[in-house]
Design a protein around this ligand. Structure first.
Ligand SMILES: NC(=O)c1ccc[n+]([C@@H]2O[C@H](COP(=O)([O-])OP(=O)(O)OC[C@H]3O[C@@H](n4cnc5c(N)ncnc54)[C@H](OP(=O)(O)O)[C@@H]3O)[C@@H](O)[C@H]2O)c1
Length: 313
């Protein structure tokens, strides 16, 4: 099969021919139709994920997937060959991936794709939608509350804005003027703050003098910066969820602070399928690349991307 592969720890990734994956009893073989690029995939590709993953070369890159079931492992009885599914590859080992014509994954890593969702949209849910759901759950939003989404213009942010708005939250989204501002408003943001112009906490305070109930932070990796932002916007009872491991509960007394690590969970994937199937969650895909254009997709991601960059396999 054709796959985008990192052959060893000295060469860069390339589209190449590799043997089709072996199927274990508790796995499904998916014929991939679509995927998308995540910052995590770029880190696996450039080797920097070696800090937290073990590489088993050759590594097939890619996390998100939508495709049809090509074969079922002996123990899988609740899916059918030909059925369309979506989900993701997520494990501590870098080995298998979805930037390929075929990928074998444990049954729990996929769920049936809603009929109303096209392949490219379903293939762009995966890691970003799962992470967004975890962030939203972590900040326990109540209807009518104000929540800041910092990093709203990216993949995780685009889903988090929609999930929060769907729960009746007043979403304050970070975005620069122009197409970024337009996108986050379309996704359900009530207010937009331009993070590139002045101090973020001041801009949020100007809109909401009493601050916010919670912060979903998809930008900060530095504990000092996130601690300062959270304490300037929230008092006791505030909540913060961060994907960059910058939430420091010890320095945020009275604030519920969570560092989100998105792990695969069948119930979470089913919840995402329900939202997307009901038309309450859409994939904010802004560009679509072919399997032979993944280098360009990674370059676009690192140059500054809006929404999700999809891959059509
Ligand atoms: N812990 C986990 O399990 C987990 C899971 C998934 C993702 N993550 C992490 O979560 C973060 C977001 O992921 P993603 O997929 O949404 O990435 P993404 O698609 O690249 O989105 C990041 C967005 O933030 C914007 N941005 C950059 N600097 C900003 C700033 N100072 N203030 C406000 N916005 C800013 C970016 O704009 P430009 O593109 O214009 O710079 C981009 O639109 C990444 O760091 C990723 O590694 C963690």
């Amino acid at each position: 099969m054709r796959a985008y592969v990192l052959p060893d720890d000295e060469s860069g990734p390339a589209l190449t021919e590799v043997p089709a994956p072996q199927l274990a009893d508790d796995e499904v073989l998916v014929r991939v139709r679509a995927s998308s690029v995540n910052p995590h995939d770029a880190m696996v590709a450039n080797g920097s994920a070696a800090r937290y993953m073990t590489y088993h070369f050759p590594v097939v890159l890619g996390s998100d997937l939508c495709g049809t079931i090509d074969a079922l492992g002996a123990n899988v009885t609740d899916l059918a060959v030909g059925q369309r599914v979506f989900g993701l590859v997520r494990e501590r080992v870098a080995a298998r991936g979805s930037f390929a014509q075929l990928v074998a994954v444990p049954r729990e890593w996929v769920v049936p794709a809603p009929d109303n969702l096209d392949d490219v949209s379903a293939g762009a849910l995966g890691l970003a939608a799962l992470t967004a759901l975890r962030c939203v759950e972590a900040v326990r939003p109540a209807e009518g509350e104000a929540v800041l989404v910092n990093g709203a213009t990216g993949g995780v942010g685009g889903y988090a804005v929609q999930m929060l708005a769907d729960r009746g939250v007043h979403v304050i989204a970070t975005a620069r003027p122009g197409e970024e501002d337009e996108l986050v408003r379309k996704l359900g943001a009530t207010h937009v703050v331009d993070w590139s112009d002045g101090d973020l906490a001041d801009a949020v305070r100007a809109l909401r003098p009493d601050g916010v109930a919670a912060v979903v932070d998809l930008v900060n990796r530095d504990k000092d910066t996130l601690t300062a932002l959270a304490t300037r916007l929230m008092g006791p009872g505030g909540r913060v969820a961060c994907t960059g491991h910058a939430a420091d509960p010890e320095r945020l007394p009275g604030i519920h602070a969570v560092n989100v690590l998105a792990e695969i969970d069948q119930d979470a994937l089913l919840a995402i399928a329900d939202l997307a199937g009901a038309g309450r969650l859409r994939a904010p895909v802004t560009r679509v690349f072919g399997l032979e254009e993944i280098d360009r997709a990674f370059a676009a991601l690192s140059a500054g991307s809006l929404g999700k960059l999809a891959i059509r396999v």
